[in-house]
Design a protein around this ligand. Structure first.
Ligand code: PFF
Length: 504
């Protein structure tokens, strides 16, 4: 057997975990989700999701990774026979996500270059859609590749490979930079943002609570979805990372530190983004809601550049700071996704880790080319929504049930408490066995019903055709589950004699 790699210190582990959690999901997804789901009121379901699902599941994933010293599939199969597939499913989800996450990273690399001259000129939206993506008419028209995206994509994958080529060792070196650096950048952007005229209007839009939204189940789905995506939960990543911890390691405190730091970064990102958008609204004489309207991907790649255009000085500099922040936030999330896949494969099949890394990156690059086509943005949008709203929530639900009831939450506590600073009481059992699964089940069922209603009414997500939703959403789900079951049933021969990669 290959000797298991280890983090060189507790700090490096926490940095790697925060690095995975804090990503593009914090810098543009969270602010926009908050703004469109009740502003300040969104923070209530978000906080409830953090307490009822985020922190307990993070403790759970850290604990089982640590206990079983293996990636998700092996850990799940050791918990209960016949459940290995539940370890593969999140790993396949991670694989799918990294294939489009790398494409967003590709745009970021492109924009680092464009920032130097603020190349988007006076029309950032047109620039992004037509000059960078060369967007096609819809998901039915792939229309060949977009050259700038391909170039960015090659750089993104090289960066991912370079960081994880030596596992925990090289990752440790990189996260020392990629965790503090975006924080410094964020600090600069927050200060710049809140000292602009109109910042208050933007922040009011971000934080003003619209309590009526709390009655809308969509807001709750958004909050739970955001917590999972943001904390990298139910992806197998945190299990893999915790499996590289030494035997005597704190679990609960590390989980709480990771979760709170991640959510703090999200909250702060909202300040940077919305203060600047408030300024932009004042400059343009338009309502903040209208300016912030084209959120999601657009928020980072055209709304923010447009706001930067209007700054009184240092436009290129602030653009650069913003995109360096996105790069350093995103890159450690991207490679953590690959790491989760590699850990799953090399643990089960005893494959050589270096070779497995190359294999996963090679296949990942090829699949990611789909999103580098001119129709790629549409597929990215569809796959992202369905994978997060349905696959991830289901995995989280099953994980809570399997560990809470199958492994027994009490046993988990008894494992975690002696090695951890923060002790879990019997209340944790209620949280894990009842509250988390109940909330997740309600959300999932509601989501499915809504989807069926939408399909019947022909009001599909973002107006896409039903076939595209079926292919990019439901077919992907079915295929992932089938592959998970197959992987769980196969026993492959070792492809490589072992070699020790990492001396402690
Ligand atoms: N947490 C990352 C973000 O917020 O951008 C995205 C992510 C990374 C999701 C790793 C899942 C994962 F396993």
């Amino acid at each position: 057997m290959e000797k298991r790699q280890r983090w060189s210190s507790r700090t490096i582990f926490v940095f790697a975990a925060i690095g995975s959690a804090a990503g593009l999901g914090n810098a543009w997804r969270f602010p926009y989700q908050a703004a469109s789901n009740g502003g300040g009121a969104f923070l209530i379901p978000y906080f409830i999701a953090l307490i009822t699902a985020g922190i307990p599941l993070l403790i759970l994933e850290f604990a089982i990774g640590h206990k079983f010293q293996a990636g998700a599939p092996t850990a799940m199969s050791k918990i209960k026979k016949g459940w290995e597939w539940l370890g593969w499913w999140p790993i396949l989800i991670s694989f799918i996500i990294v294939t489009y996450y790398s494409v967003i990273m590709a745009w970021v690399f492109d924009y680092l270059w464009y920032s130097l001259t603020t190349a988007w000129g006076n029309a950032p939206q047109d620039f992004f859609l037509n000059k960078v993506l060369h967007i096609s008419s819809g998901p039915g028209e792939l229309g060949g590749f977009s050259l700038p995206v391909i170039i960015g994509l090659i750089i993104a994958w090289i960066a991912i490979y370079w960081t994880i080529r030596d596992g925990t060792k090289s990752v440790g070196k990189v996260v020392k930079w990629t965790v503090p650096l975006p924080l410094a950048m964020l600090g600069i952007l927050v200060i710049r943002g809140i000292t602009l005229e109109g910042a208050v209007e933007g922040l009011n839009f971000y934080l003003d609570p619209d309590f009526s939204k709390l009655l809308d189940p969509k807001v709750w789905v958004a909050a739970y979805g955001q917590i999972f995506f943001s904390l990298s939960l139910a992806f197998g990543v945190m299990i893999a990372y915790a499996s590289y911890l030494p035997k005597k390691s704190d679990i609960t405190n590390n989980a709480i530190i990771t979760a709170l730091s991640n959510c703090g970064i999200s909250f702060l990102s909202g300040f940077a983004v919305f203060s600047t958008i408030g300024y932009m609204a004042v400059q343009k004489g338009a309502p903040v809601a209208e300016v912030a309207g084209s959120g999601g991907v657009g928020l980072a790649f055209w709304v923010y550049p447009e706001a930067i255009n209007l700054l009184p000085f240092g436009n290129a500099l602030f653009a650069l700071v913003f995109f360096i922040m996105l790069l350093t936030l995103g890159i450690d999330s991207a490679f953590s996704l690959v790491e989760g896949v590699v850990a799953g494969l090399s643990d089960k099949y005893s494959w050589n880790k270096k070779k497995t890394t190359k294999l996963v990156i090679g296949i990942g690059f090829i699949v990611s080319l789909l999103y580098a086509t001119k129709g790629g943005l549409y597929w990215l949008d569809i796959v992202d929504r369905y994978i997060n709203n349905f696959n991830v929530v289901t995995v989280a639900l099953l994980e809570a049930l399997l560990i809470g009831w199958g492994f027994k939450s009490k046993k988990l506590r008894e494992y975690v408490n002696p090695i951890s600073e923060v002790k879990l009481g019997p209340w944790f059992d209620i949280l894990l066995k009842v509250i988390s699964p109940l909330m997740l089940a309600i959300i999932l069922v509601w989501n499915v019903i809504q989807e069926i209603i939408d399909a019947i009414n022909g009001t599909m997500y973002e107006g896409y055709d039903l076939w595209a939703i079926v292919v990019g959403g439901w077919l992907v789900l079915v295929v992932l589950v089938i592959i998970s079951v197959i992987l769980a049933k196969t026993k492959l021969k070792e492809i490589e004699p072992e070699e020790v990669l990492n001396e402690e």
